[in-house]
Design a protein around this ligand. Structure first.
Ligand SMILES: Nc1ncnc2c1ncn2[C@@H]1O[C@H](COP(=O)(O)OP(=O)(O)OP(=O)(O)O)[C@@H](O)[C@H]1O
Ligand SMILES: [Mg+2]
Length: 306
């Protein structure tokens, strides 16, 4: 896998504000990477650095083999960007807006207009943008970012304002692009929807990268317990099964469910115990740590070691 983006020891200060501190990572072709972190963690700053809109205070950035802040940066046409606050000309129609951006990028206009259908704006394409709903403006912003089949696609909170159906379409579109080799970096606060989509997650905290890896890798590092939920017959209220080994924290969730916190290395042993007991265990659910829980863990860890 070759790298399309290289961030090496990058620091960005805005006056006294340290927006990004000594951060390094590379992004590869075909990766779909989620960039997450609290408000002000440095996500948008990182994207603007990759676009060459701002320059780093220290460190170096390479996008598609070049410095994006250099005047003659040749990769700009192969970069797609959806800003976090899309500002569009209210007087233009969707079609006019899309054609305008296609010409700006010197890309094929009919192909760019076809993207309006991809994002579900076909029917409204001739209406003025000023009459669009928030979600429709977001769709148009996305269509604009997709112009020219970018090699690197930077999406800053792309699903804000999208309805569930378009969210699905949106992820289908970017997964297809990633499968064709596009590097997709998307920042978001919607962690649950990223869980099954992102091949990798980068967590930022106060300008510092605090975790970077696939969800599986982050789970291995964090070593948070897997929750095993059992539906057990014949227990009195508040009673816990006698076969539960010591050192496995557990609780009653409602009339029937028992929830056990299983350390990663004890998960199989506990499951085996539970399912070998014949009829008293009627159902089992195994819930590995969610991205929400991993995120909270890494932030807590970063704050404790800071
Ligand atoms: N132009 C600027 N001038 C001064 N400070 C800035 C500027 N842009 C960003 N900052 C500061 O840099 C820090 C990082 O901001 P950034 O926009 O990168 O955060 P973010 O992770 O995108 O947050 P959010 O989730 O709210 O979008 C914040 O403290 C912010 O106030
Ligand atoms: Mg931001």
């Amino acid at each position: 896998m070759s790298s399309t983006v290289r961030i090496a020891d990058v620091t960005k200060h805005y006056g006294h504000v340290k927006a990004v501190r000594d951060t390094s990572f590379e992004l590869g072709e075909g990766e779909l990477v989620a960039l997450i972190g609290h408000n002000g963690a440095g996500k948008t700053t990182l994207m603007k650095l990759m676009l060459g809109l701002i320059r780093p205070t220290a460190g170096s950035i390479e996008v598609l083999g070049d410095n994006p802040a250099a005047g003659e940066f040749g990769g700009r046409r192969q970069l797609g960007y959806l800003p976090e606050n899309v500002s569009l000309d209210a007087a233009l129609s969707g079609r006019e807006t899309q054609a305008f951006y296609a010409r700006l990028k010197r890309e094929n206009v009919p192909k760019a207009l076809a993207l309006l259908d991809t994002v579900g704006l076909g029917a409204a394409a001739r209406r003025r943008v000023g009459t669009y709903s928030k979600g429709m403006r977001q769709r148009l912003g996305l269509a604009q970012a997709l112009i020219g089949h970018p090699k690197v696609l930077l999406l800053d909170e792309p699903t804000t304002g999208l309805d569930p159906e378009l969210r699905q379409t949106f992820y289908d579109v970017i997964e297809r692009l990633a499968a064709e080799g596009t590097t997709v970096l998307l920042s978001s606060h919607a962690l649950t929807e990223l869980e099954e989509r992102a091949s990798r997650v980068i967590i930022m905290n106060r300008g510092v990268k605090v975790a970077d890896g696939s969800i599986e890798q982050l789970r291995n590092i964090a070593r948070l317990p897997t929750r095993i939920q059992l539906k057990v017959a014949g227990l009195t209220p508040g009673e816990l099964p006698s076969w539960l080994p010591a050192g496995a924290p557990c609780r009653r969730l409602n009339g029937h469910l028992i929830e056990i916190d299983a350390a990663p290395e004890r998960k199989l042993e506990l499951l085996h115990l539970a399912t070998s007991l014949g009829t008293s265990v009627e159902d089992v659910d195994v819930l590995p740590p969610t991205l929400d829980q991993l995120y909270a863990h890494f932030l807590r860890h970063a704050e404790q070691t800071a």
